[in-house]
Structures are given as C-alpha cells and as structure tokens.
Design a protein around this ligand. Structure first.
Ligand code: GLN
Length: 491
C-alpha cells in the first residue's frame, strides 16, 4: 500500500499531476479503514460502494479536463450526526441505530456537488454530547497517537480518521468545542466557523444557538478548502448568513506582519499542564518572530462560560430531543398500549446516560420558578462574554490560548466524573457562546508523544485571520507527526 499523502496540499498535487487517481486514494482509505479501524473505531458506517462510484466519476471528469474544484475526487469522512440520503445516520445512539434519512444535510449535498468522495460516517459522542467520545452507544473511539487515550469529543471519529490516515479530510460539528478539542488531542487542524457561516440544515440539532459544522484536516490549506465548500447561505437554515464566502485558500501566505495577537493570559495560568503552557508559549514566540505584535488581553467573564454553556446547551437539547418520541424517528418500545408509556419507554431505552443527564439538566433549568435563576442568568453571562470579545478585539486581531488544559487523557479517566469532563471544555466554550470563529492548530508534541494544539479566535466572519495566523504556526511547527503506527506502516 502506498504511503498516505502527508497533507491535503500534497494530495492535491498528486491528483493534479496525475500521480494518483481518486480511485487509488479512495481504495487506500478503504483498505486502511479495514485494517486499522477495528482498533480505533473511528467509523460507524463505511459506504464502499458509493465511495468507489464517486471516485470513478471524479477520475472520469479529470480525464475530460473538467474537475469540479478543490475537493473533486477527495475522500471525506462525515460525522454521523449529519444526515445522509439512503445512508444510516445514528448520532451514535441506540435510538437511531437503524435510521436511514430521506435526504442529505446541506453540507453533505455541497460536498457531493463539489465532487468529494464520501467514505462513510464517523463515530461521535451520542448526539454530540461529550468531550472524549466515550459516550457512543457503539463503543469509544481510540486516539491513533496512543490507543489507551481518548481522541477527544464529540467529533472524535472525524479527528481520529484524519489523524490515523483513514481519510484526508473530515467534517465534524462543534457546539462547545467538539471539533477543536479532538483536533487538538489528535494533532489535526479543526475549525469552528462563525455561527451562521455554515448551514445547520440536516445537522441533528443539539444546541441550536451554538451548533456549527466544521472542517478537519492535517493542514490549514485542507481546512480552508473544505470550509469554503461548506459555507454560505442556505434558504433551509434561516440562521445561515448572507455574508460572502471569501477564497481563504488564496491567503495562506502566513504573513502576520501586520497582525496583533492577543494572548489570553488567564488561560495560561493555574490548572494548565506545563507541557501545554510551554507549547503555547513557543507558539507566541513563533508568531512574534514572524513579525506579529503580541499584546495581552483579558476575557474577564470567560470563567462563567462552562456554567452558562451547560445550562443553555442542555436547555436547547431538552427541547430539540423532544422530537424523539418513539413515533416519528428511530426506536419504538415494543408491547406498549398507551401513548404516555410509549414515549417513556422509547426514550428510556433509546437514550444513553449522558443524553438523559443533559435532558434532565435542561428541563430543570427551563421549568417554571427556575427559569430566571438558571436560563435567564446564563443568557446574561453569555452576553457579558460576548462583550468581552468585543473589547478584546479592539486591541487584537486574533486571540491565542491553549485548546485544553491537558493533552489527551486516558480512556475511563473522567468517565465517572461529569464535572471533570465538562471542565475539559473551559477554553473552547467562550468562543462558542460569543458565536465567533475559532480553530485548533497543532503546535507541539508532549514528552509522551501526544499532540498539543493552540486555539485561535477571531471576530465574527473573520475566519481569514484565523487561517493566516494558523498558516504561520504551521510554517513554524509543521503538521503534527503521524502516529507511530501509521508512520511505520508507511515506511
Ligand atoms: N463537550 C461539550 C459538550 O459535551 C461540547 C460538545 C460539542 O461541541 N458538541 O457539550
């Protein structure tokens, strides 16, 4: 088997020069999935037949000299909370174990129209609720860099697939950090776009005021190319923006000479692992050496982020998940004679423990008498956090912090402690609450060979700044090394 292209950019060159066909790249991915994924569990469904057909069609277009654009013929994995026509979509829940949607999510339709090859559906925490990918009804995902460790969640399957060379690109979704955290743990680039940049139509809703599909790649260019295809207004999502979609790939020079980088000092203090702090400080030095001005900024209300997020996202989840009633979608309890029992039994049997916990928190927070104390206060905290970003972006063009306080932790380590799990997201949640774009880019590797990411945040609709600063970091540190087992195989 040939070595996997190291990055999207390398893959593009191989395709464009005729060195590799889409069919070859696709067969390589399918073969690696067969050989490696029984260990990692990154995929829930592999769509060999359609993938092969899409690859053959892409090669035919190329032979005719009419490829459709930057993603034509490129294999992509899709998180299994984005619906796919005729292809099982489970949300990693028993509830939807056999659910086959009638249509494609808008982002999936855009991928197909761009000629991308959809390999299959990536594992996740059930309904995207989690930070470790241990809350999947179909088994945890393992981190290709160290299979005793989590890949991060909830887009753990998407990020493990890219990190383990099972797919060059993937789509995840991010509500409070679900693309950025696993990207950091797996050593890949992951983006949460501005809220409204990407259509949510066909993304199974978790927290509708926060959810955004986002791209995952081994390099910044891959993430930029994928996001460009995903973005843009969609009449099927009234919250999707009319803002024009720039060509981000045209500006990956990494020139940060005119940029002011705001370092969020509070997020580099106590509780941050020494190796993470050192890696982020080296990222600051690299940006300074590339000509950027470094300033300190504060986000004084960011510390209320986790509390506000778990009230708001759970409140929205409790409403969104009420559609799973045993009547319209998915599992239905057997041998029930009245409607009330049908609801109760279907939901009790179908949902896992973490999903039930979120529904309970959310329903409680919204209940009469508690609404003002929880939901309304959390909304106020959200407004203050948003104002913090407004102030920080007066002084800085892009903010820099760690993605998470530690590198990937061991499977089981936080599984029994929901609060410890929730705190994993403390550094990614504030940008989600503010609706601003943010990404994770690899900037180092720990002494235990675990990737470490830096978190960049920009004002709404300024994803271009993120890509430019991330490209500068990528030039300084390179893409993360392949996991040892992938490097050995490729050698
Ligand atoms: N880990 C966070 C949660 O469990 C974020 C999940 C996400 O972004 N989908 O809610």
């Amino acid at each position: 088997m040939s070595a996997p292209p190291a990055t999207y950019s390398e893959l593009r060159r191989a395709l464009d020069s005729g060195n590799r066909s889409s069919a070859e790249l696709t067969e390589d991915c399918l073969a690696r999935i067969r050989r490696r994924d029984s260990e990692w569990n990154a995929f829930l469904t592999v769509d060999d037949t359609s993938a092969r057909a899409a690859a053959a069609a892409a090669d035919a277009r190329r032979a005719d000299a009419r490829p459709l654009g930057p993603l034509d013929g490129v294999p992509v994995a899709v998180k299994d909370n984005l619906v796919t026509a005729g292809l099982r979509t489970t949300c990693a829940s028993r509830y939807l174990a056999d659910y086959v949607p009638p249509r494609d999510a808008t982002v999936v339709a855009r991928l197909r129209a761009a000629g991308a090859v959809i390999l299959g559906k990536a594992n996740l925490d059930e309904f995207a609720m989690g930070s470790s990918n241990e809350h999947s009804a179909f088994g945890a995902v393992r981190n290709p860099h160290d299979p005793s460790r989590v890949p991060g969640g909830s887009s753990g399957g998407s990020c493990a697939a890219v990190a383990g060379a099972l797919a060059p690109l993937a789509i995840g979704s991010d509500t409070g950090g679900s693309v950025r955290l696993p990207a950091s743990f797996c050593g890949v680039v992951g983006v949460k776009p501005t809220y409204g940049r990407v259509s949510r139509s066909g993304l199974v809703a978790f927290g509708s005021s926060l959810d955004q599909p986002g791209p995952v790649a081994r390099d910044v260019a891959g993430a930029a190319a994928l996001l460009a295809v995903m973005s843009g207004h969609d009449p099927d999502d009234a919250t999707s923006s009319l803002a024009p979609v720039p060509d981000w790939t045209a500006d990956l020079s990494g020139d940060v000479g005119s940029m002011k980088i705001g370092v969020v000092r509070d997020l580099l203090g106590d509780g941050v692992d020494d190796e993470v702090r050192t890696a982020v400080e080296r990222a600051i030095d690299a940006l300074r050496a590339a000509g950027a001005r470094i300033v300190d900024v504060e986000l004084p209300h960011a510390r209320f982020g986790v509390a506000a997020y778990y009230v708001l996202s759970s409140a929205e989840a409790s409403a969104n998940l009420s559609r799973f009633d045993g009547v319209r979608y998915g599992a239905r309890a057997a041998d029930v004679s009245d409607l009330e029992t049908l609801y109760e039994r279907s939901r009790s049997e179908g949902f896992g423990a973490e999903v039930k916990r979120r529904i309970l928190i959310g329903t409680f927070a919204l209940s009469a008498g508690y609404y003002d104390a929880y939901y309304a206060r959390a909304q106020k905290a959200r407004r203050l956090i948003r104002a913090d970003y407004g102030a920080a972006f007066v002084d800085a063009d892009v903010l820099l912090s760690p993605v998470a306080p530690t590198p990937a932790f061991r499977l089981g380590e936080r599984a029994e402690d929901p609060l410890a799990m929730y705190l994993t997201d403390a550094m990614t949640i504030p940008a989600s609450l503010a609706g601003v774009p943010a990404l994770s880019v690899p900037v180092g590797i720990s002494s235990g060979r675990l990737p470490i990411g830096a978190h960049l945040t920009a004002p709404a609709f300024a994803e271009g700044r993120l890509f430019r600063a991330a490209a500068a970091l990528e030039r300084a540190f390179g893409p993360a090394p392949w996991p040892a087992s992938v490097a050995e195989e490729a050698a």
